[in-house]
Design a protein around this ligand. Structure first.
Ligand code: UDP
Length: 363
């Protein structure tokens, strides 16, 4: 029997993690085969290779080596190169994750070749079109043939935008699958440096910061760092390369309570999240992982796509506002652990649900 051939496009750190869950499921499933294309958007060893090695993601057949340019430059070259690869591979569907320039480039190239586009993590909206990610999400959703949403609200959003209900499947979140799968091994597999930091700091906050809206503006970045200096315990900060460049460029120092680390691998990150008193972040994925780890989250953005967590009272949206920040920090002690037992993003079986739905639509 001819297998359903999926070509998966990844390019950035969160996509490697999302792809790890589905790729493992594809390997186990006789109906499918997968070819992975790495666009090269993230290329450093600690932003890319480590995830392929740690998480057993099959080696990409293509590495497009596109990165380091502007949004337009990168997206344009990716479209050209992806079109060539799709023409060679002739897949039954192209699988795309999330909201990066690689996602958008894959969506444009595949849809114009009339290859069905499968979008995983569809229907998310910040309602802030100044975010490049928001543009990428909206455009990708609207050319997708199959849309997998992590929650009911993201499905409702797609319906509101006129997308046909038969194309939408609430699969839950593949990141929850990954957390369930790899969380058990996190402590053993975390790096020595991370284990030492966790042992040394009985109470700590975990910080990640990389969104353009925060780190590409000196004043905003300075204000956020100033707010972070008010945290009473040490703040462990695996720094994103983009943020490291900006700090240098703006000649900004990290506050004294911040312990700077290089970007860490996924096991180390899960271990850091699990043991933190609070997670401070502008990342999409890290907001959810804080929830999966039953740790409160303070979101250093003016809005979030993950509203369910705000409604549950475990995620506080503070942006760069000092008063909101200090209020949120004072509230985290009062959160009952039972709040985290709600399965807002599925039950950890979203990868198998995704393959079942694809085979029912394309098989
Ligand atoms: N992550 C990681 N190491 C780090 C920082 C983040 O493995 O040093 C993981 C994190 O656990 C999550 C993903 O990267 O799974 C989130 O990616 P990122 O914050 O870069 O992007 P976003 O989710 O905001 O798109």
């Amino acid at each position: 029997m001819k297998k359903i051939k999926l070509v998966t496009v990844v390019g950035a750190r969160p996509q490697f993690i999302k792809a790890s869950a589905l790729s493992a499921e594809v390997i186990e499933n006789d109906l499918f085969e997968e070819v992975i294309i790495h666009t090269g958007q993230h290329f450093d060893a600690d932003m890319s290779d480590i995830f392929f090695n740690e998480l057993g993601i099959p080696k990409p057949k293509y590495n497009l080596g596109v990165g380091g340019g502007s949004h337009g430059e990168n997206t344009g070259v990716m479209i050209i190169e992806l079109e060539k690869a799709f023409n060679i591979e002739q897949p039954n569907a192209v699988v795309l994750y999330g909201d990066t320039d690689s996602t958008l480039a894959g969506a444009i190239a595949a849809s114009k070749l009339h290859i069905p586009v499968v979008h995983i993590e569809a229907g998310l909206r910040s309602f802030n079109k100044r975010m490049p990610e928001e543009i990428n999400r909206i455009l990708t959703d609207h050319v997708s043939s199959v849309l997998f949403t992590p929650s009911v609200s993201s499905r409702n959003q797609l319906l509101k935008e006129g997308l046909p209900s038969e194309n939408i499947c609430i699969s839950g979140d593949v990141m929850f699958d990954a957390t369930q799968k790899f969380g058990k091994m996190a402590k053993q597999q975390a790096s020595k440096e991370v284990r030492t930091q966790v042992e040394r700091n009985s109470k700590y906050a975990l910080l990640t910061l990389h969104r353009a809206e925060n780190v590409d503006h000196k004043e905003r970045l300075e204000t956020i760092l100033n707010n972070i200096s008010l945290v009473e315990f040490p703040v462990l900060f695996p720094i994103h390369p983009r943020t490291a460049i900006r700090l240098k460029q703006y000649k900004l120092e990290l506050p004294a309570n911040v312990i700077r680390l290089n970007p860490v691998g996924y096991f180390s990150m899960l271990y850091l999240e699990k043991n933190a008193e609070v997670v401070l972040t502008d990342s999409g994925g890290v907001q959810k992982e804080a929830f999966f780890s039953k740790v409160p989250c303070v979101t250093l953005r003016d809005e979030t796509e993950w509203l369910e967590l705000v409604e549950l009272g475990v995620n506080f949206i503070v942006g760069d506002d000092q008063l909101k920040f200090t209020k949120a920090i004072s509230k985290i002690k009062n959160i009952e652990e039972s709040v985290y037992s709600v399965n807002v993003y599925g039950d950890g079986s979203s990868s198998s649900q995704i393959l079942n739905f694809i085979s029912s639509r394309l098989g």
